[in-house]
Design a protein around this ligand. Structure first.
Ligand code: FE2
Length: 463
């Protein structure tokens, strides 16, 4: 029996194989580019290492791509054959991979959390559970998961910063960015390559509406994060959200062209970044030229798979706003089929499609067609049900903006005024929001208040 760098027993043929496992896990924690190379090295050293097969299987599940699912099943079969020789912890990892392959994401998380009760230093189980809690919008679980293990960690345990970064993000997504921010900053002090911790701070600054600090934060660490994998693009996206709220639209477009959509990408996060920012700009009346085209082209390639409603909604936006309404309808049909065939079967995505995914997808298509009353009716019904779609508050916000935009476009002025009052209360440093609020107030015959709101926007932009 050998041990990993945190002292956990691992069934393997050599310490070198376990060290290779550690290296693969470390690369995952830091969202690096070398995960595939490191896993290949691990397989060379010990193709019969149970956790090695689990790690490879997990890596095949993480990107939510259909062509990788069969590879995950291959890893699962190997891991299951080896499991009887393993420890109880290793057998639980095999069970977790099986549940993930079956699409039962809550069961998958429950198994990892069970591992963590006795093995709080199983950083792979922790980080994967953090990922999957977030993926399905189980925000309380994300916070509680980290709370249960923090007392067993200290800076003396290798990888502590990664746990701290997850804790920071969990606080932010649970509405407490003030507690999250210093934890994320400390994690980045410990390891500047910890891009997930850096991302947690970016979220805190977005939620707190600290525009200048948000831009500075990403810019200050850009060199370190550019060396990480494609997730760095999401940090550039975060920075451009601040540009957008300061009406620096040229810089938003420049970041889109040069930083996070320099060309077509098949990476799901890249697609969500691109689709989401273009939708925001469209609703603000900013001319984005032909930028939807390449996003729509990539999304058209996703008609054959329907794995995660959150991603599908971004594909629908890319297609519908990019003029490919027929293909957008195809994705909506896929979501309906997912809801009809998988909801209630234990496959988490089916329930999410049924409960909210189909409705938001239909609203997006309606928005593209200018059917704004339908958007308002649909989004008023489901706006508080969107958390299980997963993704962050900042990401799902694009569909709240869509509701407001449609309320304005449909002439539902009182509703628009109310929604915008809510928006500026939540995001008091968003200059475009104050201006929209002023427009809604004008339409409601409240010119004096409208003038005060425009002054507020002007003061934000002058700061
Ligand atoms: Fe984010």
């Amino acid at each position: 029996m050998f041990h990993d760098k945190r002292g956990l027993a691992v069934t393997a043929s050599s310490q070198a194989a376990v060290d290779a496992l550690d290296a693969g896990v470390e690369e995952f924690l830091g969202q690096g580019r070398e995960a595939a190379v490191l896993v290949a090295r691990m397989d060379e050293l010990d193709p019969d290492m149970i956790l090695g097969q689990c790690l490879r299987g997990y890596f095949m599940r993480l990107p939510s791509r259909a062509h990788l699912e069969v590879k995950a099943l291959d890893c699962l079969a190997k891991a299951q054959a080896l499991a009887p020789e393993g420890t109880e912890r290793e057998r639980k990892h095999v069970e977790a991979l099986a549940a993930w392959c079956a699409g039962d994401l809550r069961r998958t998380n429950a198994i990892w959390e069970d591992i963590l009760v006795d093995h709080p230093h199983d950083i792979l189980a922790f980080r994967l559970a953090h990922f999957l809690h977030f993926f399905i919008g189980d925000l309380g679980a994300m916070l509680h998961s980290s709370a249960r293990i923090m007392a067993r960690w200290s800076e003396a345990v290798p990888g502590y910063g990664f746990v701290l970064g997850c804790r920071a993000f969990a606080h932010e997504e649970n509405g407490d960015p003030t507690t999250g921010e210093p934890l994320g900053r400390r994690a980045v002090e410990l390891n500047e390559s910890d891009i997930w911790a850096g991302h947690a701070v970016a979220h805190c600054l977005e939620t707190l509406g600290r525009r200048a600090d948000g831009i500075t934060w990403v810019t200050a660490h850009a060199d370190a994060w550019r060396k990480r994998g494609p997730f760095a693009n999401h940090l550039w996206w975060h920075r451009s959200l601040h540009y957008l709220e300061l009406e620096r639209y040229d810089e938003v477009l420049d970041a889109f062209d040069k930083e996070y959509w320099p060309g077509p990408s098949e990476d799901n996060t890249d697609i969500t970044n691109a689709s989401s920012i273009l939708m925001r700009l469209r609703m603000l009346g900013v001319d984005v030229g032909d930028r939807w085209n390449s996003v729509a082209e990539v999304c058209a390639g996703r008609l054959g798979e329907c794995l995660r409603p959150f991603n599908e909604l971004h594909f629908v936006m890319g297609l519908a706003m990019g003029g490919k309404l027929e293909e957008a309808g195809g994705i909506v049909a896929n979501l309906r089929n997912l809801a009809e065939t998988k909801a209630g079967t234990g496959a988490t995505a089916g329930d999410v499609a049924r409960d909210v995914g189909v409705a938001v997808a239909e609203a997006i298509v309606a928005h593209a067609k200018g059917e704004h009353a339908k958007v308002v009716e649909t989004m008023m019904r489901v706006r508080y049900k969107m958390v299980p779609l997963g993704g962050s508050w900042a990401q799902r916000d694009v569909w709240i903006r869509m509701l407001i935009n449609s309320a304005m476009a449909d002439g539902q002025d009182s509703l628009a005024r109310a929604l915008l009052a809510e928006r500026v209360a939540d995001q008091p440093t968003s200059a475009p929001s104050w201006k929209l609020y002023a427009d809604a107030l004008d339409r409601c015959g409240e010119a004096d208040q409208a003038q005060a709101m425009r002054a507020k926007a002007a003061s934000l932009l002058a700061a």
